[in-house]
Design a binder for this molecule. Structure first.
Ligand code: NAD
Length: 497
C-alpha cells in the first residue's frame, strides 16, 4: 500500500483522520508514490494551537540559541542534500542536479538565518533630548503561516520558516499537495536538528485548509508563493482579516538582447533559462526581446533549444523533466495550439514529445515561437512550460516600453556589451530583479527576493533584511533615568525637555 503522508503537529508525526486523500505521483511515470490527506478542520486547529503554545516559550529563547538551532539545521541539510534531492526528483520529475540546486538555494537561506543576532539588531540614539535616549527593538509576531507552491518544494518552504522561527515566531506550513514529501522531510530534519515541539507544524490540503489558516484569529502573518489568481485571493482575504501578508505570484520574464551582446553567451544562457526545469520556474525566461540586428540570432537560439533533451529524473543527461501533472501539460499544449492559431510562427514544436521508456510522462519538448505580438495569449499568459517566445523591436527604448507594459515584474535580464545601455535598462525598467548579462537574477539571501507589480502583493519581501521586518514588530523605547538633581518641572507641550 502507498504511504500516507503524515501531518506534523507539536513535534509528532500524526496520521490524519481525513478521508480526503490526494495522490502524489511521479510525473515521469504516473506511479502513485504517496497519498496526501486534506487535513480536517480540527487538525488545522490543533496545529495552530500547538504553535501558539510553543510561541510562549520560544519567544523568550536567547538569540544565540535560536541561531544555534539554525546552524545545526544547516549542517544536517548539507549532510542530507542528496537524499532530499532524490525525493524532489521523484515527486517533481526535476533532474537530480536541478533538484540539488533547489535544496541548495534553501540551505543558503538557513545560513542567512544563522545571522539572526546581527540581522535583528535595533537602533539607538543617545540624547534625543537632555538625558533621554531612544532605542528600537524587534519582537516576534506569534504564529506565522506559509503556503507554498509545487515548483520549489525545498527552497520555498526554506525561504519562510527558518527566518520566521529565527526571529522568535512559531510556524504552520501548508506545502503544495502535489509534492509534500520534500517539505515533510525538511520538517523531520528540523526536529532532528533539535527544534522544540510546536515550533514548526505541517498540515496538508488545498483551498479549505488555506482559507482556515488565512482567516484564523491566531495567525498574524501569512507568506504565500504561487499563481497570481490565488495570490490575489490570499492577499485580499489575509489583509481583510487584518493580517500582514506577503504574496509572491506569477511571472512573465523578458530577456532583452542587444546587438552588441556576445552571441554565444546569449544563445547558451537563453536556452538554459527558458527550458530549464521544464519552464516551471517563476524566474524562467519566457520572452526573448531581440533588439535591432540581434534578431538575426533567432535561428541559432532555436537550434540551441532544440538540443536540450527532456528526460526522466534518473537520466543523468536529461536537460529537464516533465510538467508536474497531466493537466499542467495539457494547459501548455493548449497554449501552444493557441499560439499557432493566432498566427505566430512555431519554429520549434515540442507538443509531440516522446521520451523513450516513459510513455506516460507529462512531457513537453522545447518549443519556440517567433513573430509573436503582445495581444496573443502566449504573450499575455504565464505558460509555465518549456516555451520561449521571441519578439523583435528596433531600439532599447522600445524594449523598455514593452517590458514595462507587461503587468508582471518578477525578473528580467539584458545582454549587452554597453555599460550605458545596461545602466539605462536597470534604471528605467519596472521589474524588481534585473540581470545584466545574467539570465536568471535570483538574489542571494543577503539581499531580498524582490518581485514587483503583479508578481508580488505586499511590501516586505522574502529573506534578506526584509524578512526580519516582515516577521517582527518594531518597538521604540524612549527612556530617561532620573538623577537626584533633576527636576524637569511640569511640561505641557509635546516636546521633550
Ligand atoms: P498554486 O497557486 O496553484 O498553489 C500554490 C499554493 O496555494 C498551494 O499550496 C496550493 O495548495 C494553494 N492553493 C491553490 N489554489 C488555492 C485556492 N483557490 N485558495 C487557496 N489556496 C490555494 O501555484 P502552483 O501551481 O503550485 O505554483 C506555480 C505558480 O507559482 C506559478 O504561477 C509561479 O510563477 C508561481 N511562483 C511564484 C514565485 C515567486 O517568487 N513570485 C515563486 C515560485 C512560484
Amino acid at each position: 500500500m502507498t504511504q500516507q503522508v503524515p501531518l506534523l503537529i507539536n513535534g509528532e508525526l500524526v496520521a490524519s483522520e481525513s478521508t480526503r486523500l490526494l495522490p502524489v505521483t511521479n510525473p515521469a511515470t504516473q506511479e502513485v508514490i504517496a497519498q496526501v490527506p486534506c487535513a480536517t478542520e480540527a487538525e488545522v486547529e490543533r496545529a495552530v494551537d500547538a504553535a501558539k503554545a510553543a510561541f510562549e516559550t520560544w519567544k523568550e529563547m536567547p538569540v544565540g540559541e535560536r541561531a544555534r538551532l539554525m546552524l545545526r539545521y544547516q549542517a544536517l541539510l548539507k549532510e542530507r542534500h542528496d537524499e532530499l534531492a532524490t525525493i524532489i526528483s521523484q515527486e517533481t520529475g526535476k533532474t537530480f542536479d536541478d533538484a540539488k540546486g533547489d535544496v541548495w538555494r534553501g540551505i543558503e537561506v538557513v545560513e542567512h538565518a544563522c545571522n539572526i543576532a546581527s540581522l535583528s539588531m535595533g537602533e539607538t540614539v543617545e540624547n534625543v533630548a537632555r538625558k533621554i535616549d531612544c532605542y528600537s527593538i524587534t519582537q516576534p509576531l506569534g504564529v506565522c503561516v506559509g503556503i507554498t507552491p509545487f515548483n520549489f518544494p525545498a527552497m520555498i518552504p526554506l525561504w519562510m520558516f527558518p527566518m520566521a522561527i529565527a526571529c522568535g515566531n512559531t510556524f504552520v506550513l501548508k506545502p503544495s499537495e502535489q509534492d509534500p514529501l520534500t517539505p515533510m522531510r525538511l520538517a523531520e530534519l528540523f526536529q532532528e536538528a533539535g527544534a522544540p515541539a510546536g515550533l514548526l507544524q505541517v498540515v496538508h490540503g488545498g483551498k479549505e485548509v488555506v482559507d482556515q489558516l488565512l482567516t484564523h484569529k491566531d495567525t498574524p502573518a501569512i507568506s504565500f508563493v504561487g499563481s497570481v489568481n490565488v495570490g490575489e485571493h490570499i492577499y485580499r482575504t489575509g489583509t481583510d482579516h487584518m493580517k500582514r501578508v506577503q504574496a509572491f505570484a506569477g511571472a512573465k520574464n523578458h530577456m532583452v538582447i542587444m546587438p552588441d551582446a556576445q552571441k554565444n553567451q546569449v544563445v547558451n544562457n537563453i536556452a538554459g533559462a527558458s527550458v530549464g526545469a521544464a519552464g516551471q520556474r517563476c524566474m524562467a525566461i519566457s520572452v526573448a526581446v531581440f533588439v535591432g540586428e540581434a534578431r538575426k540570432w533567432i535561428p541559432e537560439v532555436r537550434d540551441a533549444l532544440a538540443k536540450v533533451r527532456p528526460g526522466a529524473w534518473n537520466d543523468p543527461d536529461a536537460g529537464y523533466g516533465p510538467q508536474i501533472n497531466p493537466q499542467a501539460r495539457q494547459r501548455v499544449l493548449s497554449l501552444i495550439q493557441e499560439g499557432k492559431e493566432a498566427g505566430a510562427d512555431c519554429i520549434l514544436d515540442g507538443s509531440e514529445c516522446i521520451v523513450e521508456g516513459y510513455p506516460d510522462g507529462n512531457w513537453v519538448g522545447p518549443t519556440m515561437f517567433s513573430n509573436v505580438t503582445t495581444d496573443m495569449s502566449i504573450y499575455k499568459e504565464e505558460i509555465f512550460g518549456p516555451v520561449l517566445i521571441a519578439l523583435e523591436v528596433d531600439t532599447l527604448e522600445e524594449a523598455i516600453e514593452l517590458v514595462n507594459n507587461n503587468p508582471y515584474g518578477n525578473g528580467t535580464s539584458m545582454f549587452t556589451a554597453s555599460g550605458a545601455a545596461a545602466r539605462k535598462y536597470q534604471h528605467e525598467i519596472k521589474v524588481g530583479q534585473v540581470g545584466i548579462n545574467v539570465p536568471v537574477p535570483v538574489p542571494l539571501p543577503m539581499f531580498s527576493f524582490t518581485g514587483w507589480r503583479k508578481s508580488f502583493y505586499g511590501d516586505q519581501h522574502a529573506y534578506g533584511k526584509q524578512a526580519v521586518r516582515f516577521y517582527t514588530e518594531t518597538k521604540t523605547v524612549t527612556a530617561r533615568w532620573f538623577e537626584d538633581d533633576i527636576d524637569t518641572g511640569v511640561n505641557t507641550t509635546i516636546t521633550l525637555k
